[in-house]
Design a protein around this ligand. Structure first.
Ligand SMILES: Nc1ncnc2c1ncn2[C@@H]1O[C@H](COP(=O)(O)OP(=O)(O)OP(=O)(O)O)[C@@H](O)[C@H]1O
Ligand SMILES: [Mg+2]
Length: 245
């Protein structure tokens, strides 16, 4: 498949003498979905901050295809097709699910007036396709304000998909979800990976298992272990610093 690989090599981030990332190296191939786990403070969110240009690395290489992300600002990185989902949804409660997706399509213009523009066929198809991907087709005309916590998170992912990301970064997507919502989220992410790369940070190992992909374990800002979930769960170093707590 064509597309860009995410390439981190020897990345360090130092905050006032504290090493949040320490010689971190990681490659995510086009279309790959990678789960990243690790104890609190391991540097998982900092890694996403470095990829999105929010935090500058003190040392190391961060590339997306041929693009050197360490030399780009957040907006330019987003324009490359790197989307990030934050924990707190930014959906508009007073708009329907459909309207929220429509707004996301026009987000660069950023005004509610955009909603009153005539919606082209292509845009309509894109919204329908996204509704189906996030499993909210039946609720398309519901106000976002009545959605469950899980549904809001899926809508938020849908809003990111409207921007056609090549790489999606998702930090702790299933926090606060019911078991059933967690299962649905794993299925959703499996569906959307493949045509895009996805990096998912999560503490919920049942969820990580349900993703069924390669897992990277971070500890003290660097990769402690990497491989299938069974392998990393059986790794004595992982058990010692993370699982055995
Ligand atoms: N802007 C900052 N200034 C100073 N220290 C920071 C900053 N951002 C993060 N840190 C520190 O860097 C370390 C790594 O934090 P980070 O948020 O990346 O961990 P994490 O793996 O995402 O943890 P969690 O699982 O709790 O979300 C922590 O010790 C944190 O306090
Ligand atoms: Mg974090």
């Amino acid at each position: 498949m064509k597309g860009n690989s995410l390439y981190l090599d020897g990345v360090s981030v130092v905050f006032d003498g504290f090493r949040a990332l320490n010689n971190l190296s990681l490659i995510v191939e086009p279309g790959e979905m990678r789960a990243v786990i690790g104890p609190n403070g391991a540097g998982k969110t900092t890694m996403m901050d470095v990829i999105t240009g929010k935090t500058r690395p003190t040392a190391g290489t961060v590339r997306f295809g041929d693009h050197d992300l360490t030399r780009m600002d957040e907006a330019s990185i987003a324009n490359l097709g790197i989307g990030r989902k934050f924990q707190k949804p930014t959906v508009f409660d007073a708009l329907t699910v459909f309207e929220n997706l429509e707004l996301a399509l026009k987000a660069p213009r950023g005004t509610l007036a955009a909603l009153h523009w005539r919606l082209g066929t292509e845009a309509h198809e894109k919204i329908d396709e996204t509704l189906s991907e996030i499993g909210l087709t039946a609720g398309a005309q519901d106000l976002a304000g009545i959605l469950s916590h899980g549904q809001r998170q899926w809508l938020e992912i849908g809003m990111l998909l409207m921007q056609d990301p090549q790489l999606l970064l998702v930090d702790e997507p299933v926090a606060g979800m019911t078991d059933q919502e967690t299962e649905h989220t794993a299925a959703l992410l499996r569906r959307i990976a493949g045509t895009r790369s996805v990096v998912v940070v999560e503490h919920d190992l049942e969820f990580v298992r349900a993703l069924g992909r390669k897992v990277t374990v971070l500890h003290e800002g660097t990769v402690l272990s990497e491989g299938p979930i069974d392998q990393v769960q059986g790794d004595p170093r992982v058990i010692e610093v993370y699982l055995g707590r």
